[in-house]
Design a protein around this ligand. Structure first.
Ligand SMILES: Nc1ncnc2c1ncn2[C@@H]1O[C@H](COP(=O)(O)OP(=O)(O)OP(=O)(O)O)[C@@H](O)[C@H]1O
Ligand SMILES: [Mg+2]
Length: 221
């Protein structure tokens, strides 16, 4: 697959905006990439749109070769469950589920048995150093621990592409480094591409493919 992401003439406005957030944005990505830009420039919106979590007004959005604007909701959900993962700034873990149950979910929705998904979730949680936190609920974990669990959940089903929206935006420097190291390691070991939004210069430097969103356009930098 040459182009993981191919966006053509994307437009998007929210009600009440003076001018569209995106008005004919086109770009393609053939490798992992990092995106930065000032607050309100549209980073989260763009990530949500290309991850199939928000809709565009018009344009073509091909992810792993599939135009996600032309498939029905059910097929889009299936596509996301099979091939995509998402990590948010705030973990978005389910509070009524334990760490291991949260990580098992993407496997279970893909049809894996409870026993098998438990074994796989336990293994990856061990790998991120949280083997003694399996049965903790999210509110019993620290911010850094929650993000490590959220990363496990985004990666457990071995997606081809993961999106991460300021995954360390809420963490101190030490935890931020730990979380990023884990994220990079898991992505590399499993051959997953990542599209990451961050303001952190030390993380930006780790990517060859760097983009700035400015005035609704992506500029290589
Ligand atoms: N659901 C929504 N309804 C209306 N306006 C929205 C909605 N979501 C985002 N916006 C607006 O779209 C613009 C882009 O928002 P977005 O969250 O994509 O910015 P961002 O670059 O991720 O900012 P930050 O760095 O603060 O996270 C902002 O002006 C925001 O107010
Ligand atoms: Mg944002």
């Amino acid at each position: 697959m040459n182009n993981y992401v191919q966006v053509t003439k994307l437009t998007k406005s929210y009600d009440g905006m003076e001018k569209p957030l995106f008005n004919g944005l086109s770009f393609s990505l053939d490798d992992s990439a990092v995106i930065s830009g000032v607050s309100g420039s549209g980073k989260s919106t763009l990530l949500q749109i290309i991850a199939g979590l928000d809709s565009s007004d018009s344009g073509e959005i091909k992810i792993l070769g599939k135009d996600i604007t032309k498939i029905n909701k059910e097929d889009l959900n299936q596509f996301r469950k099979n091939y995509l993962g998402f990590v948010y700034q705030f973990h978005h873990l389910l509070n009524d589920f334990t760490a291991v149950e949260n990580v098992m979910l993407p496997l279970q929705v893909n049809g894996m048995s409870h026993a098998e998904s438990y074994i796989a979730a336990k293994k990856i949680i061990n790998e991120v150093g949280l083997g003694d936190r399996l049965n903790h609920f999210p509110n019993q974990l620290s911010g850094g621990e929650r993000q490590r669990i959220a990363i496990c959940r985004a990666i457990i089903h071995k997606p081809k592409l993961i999106f991460a929206d300021e995954p360390t935006g809420n963490l101190d420097k030490k935890n931020s480094q730990l979380v990023m190291q884990l994220l990079f390691k898991l992505v590399k070991v499993n051959g997953i591409k990542i599209i990451l939004v961050t303001h952190d210069q030390s993380i930006l430097k780790k990517f060859k493919n760097r983009f700035l969103i400015i005035d609704g356009k992506l500029k290589k930098c």
